[in-house]
Design a protein around this ligand. Structure first.
Ligand SMILES: Nc1nc2c(ncn2[C@@H]2O[C@H](COP(=O)(O)OP(=O)(O)OP(=O)(O)O)[C@@H](O)[C@H]2O)c(=O)[nH]1
Ligand SMILES: [Mg+2]
Length: 313
């Protein structure tokens, strides 16, 4: 633990592995780091597969590094359970930075449970924060609930879209339009980028979330870094607007949500423990699954001293 705070990358890597493999591992680590949290500014980068998130991340790292900031990067890959193409892509796209001691890149893939992945990502953000990074970048494919969940833990979210056919509409369906603080149309060297920016602005204007202030819509090129200086400027501007008070307000909400999640996770774990094994759990659940028993009765049987009681009690 001490070695983490001294800046040992090996200690950081080991702790991340611990957290990935066993969420309960954090119970030993957290009390030691809790009072040091909150210094890093966490930026989420999300968007459809192949939108250029890793390429952009690499350019953003470059810009932040040249301003002297230290950067931690988490590339989350919920879509492929095995170290597949996307993670390889992240490595290739960000390879320039692997040897830089001011940059630490970690890829994370699911090992079965998507909820577990979201949980682990949040804890890894904390580890990177206490390690002393000024910025933590989190890249994730914006297609499902887990990704949205991860994005809700970052301080700001950059939504990355691309001009070609249908992506705009897809993204709107995926709920990406709700979570962006900054919108980027990457691959702006391709035709249709300008008209997509106009279309996107139209959609955002109708969204009540942006009634008081419209988020910036920017054009970038992940391959050669065009527009990235402006993007980093927009991130800094957001950071400045949030200031300490609004940022803390956002973080309070997040801590509240996080606790509820951990509570749910703990109850489920407790319940699995009581059942004994996955087989027994399945057996116990069968009546609920088949519909012969209602879920509340089941809850009372599992936790007889819990808060679920009929009104007549
Ligand atoms: N033409 C063009 N290609 C780009 C641009 N940015 C990235 N690319 C290319 O798009 C492809 C995907 O880029 P990535 O950075 O891996 O995209 P990603 O969103 O991280 O992909 P996943 O992590 O697999 O979802 C690569 O071949 C990049 O070289 C750009 O601005 N213009
Ligand atoms: Mg990527």
């Amino acid at each position: 633990m001490g070695r983490l705070l001294e800046g040992s990358e090996i200690a950081l890597a080991k702790l991340i592995t611990l957290v990935e493999n066993n969420p309960a591992g954090m119970t030993g680590v957290m009390p030691m780091i809790q009072h040091r949290l909150g210094k890093a500014f966490c930026i989420g980068l999300t968007g459809p597969p192949g939108a250029g998130k890793s390429s952009l991340a690499s350019q953003v790292i470059k810009a932040l590094r040249s301003a002297g900031a230290k950067v931690g990067v988490i590339a989350v890959d919920p879509t492929s359970p095995f170290t597949g193409g996307a993670l390889l892509g992240d490595r290739v796209r960000m390879q320039d930075h692997y040897l830089d001691p001011g940059v630490f890149i970690r890829s994370m893939a699911t090992r079965g449970s998507l909820g577990g992945l979201a949980r682990a990502t949040k804890d890894v953000i904390k580890l990177m924060d206490v390690f002393g990074f000024d910025y933590v970048l989190v890249e994730t494919v914006g297609v499902g609930q887990t990704e949205l969940d991860i994005m809700q833990t970052t301080d700001i979210t950059v939504v990355v879209l691309v001009p070609e056919g249908g992506d705009g509409v897809q993204a709107m369906k995926a709920g990406l339009m709700e979570i962006g603080d900054i919108f980027v149309i990457n691959k702006s060297d391709r035709p249709g980028a300008d008209s997509m920016a106009v279309q996107l602005q139209g959609v955002l204007q109708m969204n009540p979330r942006y009634a008081s202030a419209m988020p910036p819509v920017m054009l970038t090129q992940g391959t050669d870094g065009k527009g990235v200086a402006e993007l980093v400027e927009a991130v800094r501007a957001r950071q400045a607007i949030l200031g300490d008070t609004d940022l803390e307000e956002r973080r309070r909400e997040k801590r509240n949500l996080e606790f509820e999640e951990i509570l749910k996770w703990a109850v489920v774990e407790e319940w699995k423990g009581l059942a004994g094994s996955d087989e027994k759990l399945k057996d116990r659940l069968s009546e609920v699954v088949e519909g012969s028993k209602d879920p509340y009765t089941m809850l009372r049987e599992i936790f007889p001293y819990g808060c679920i009681r009929p009104l007549t009690d």
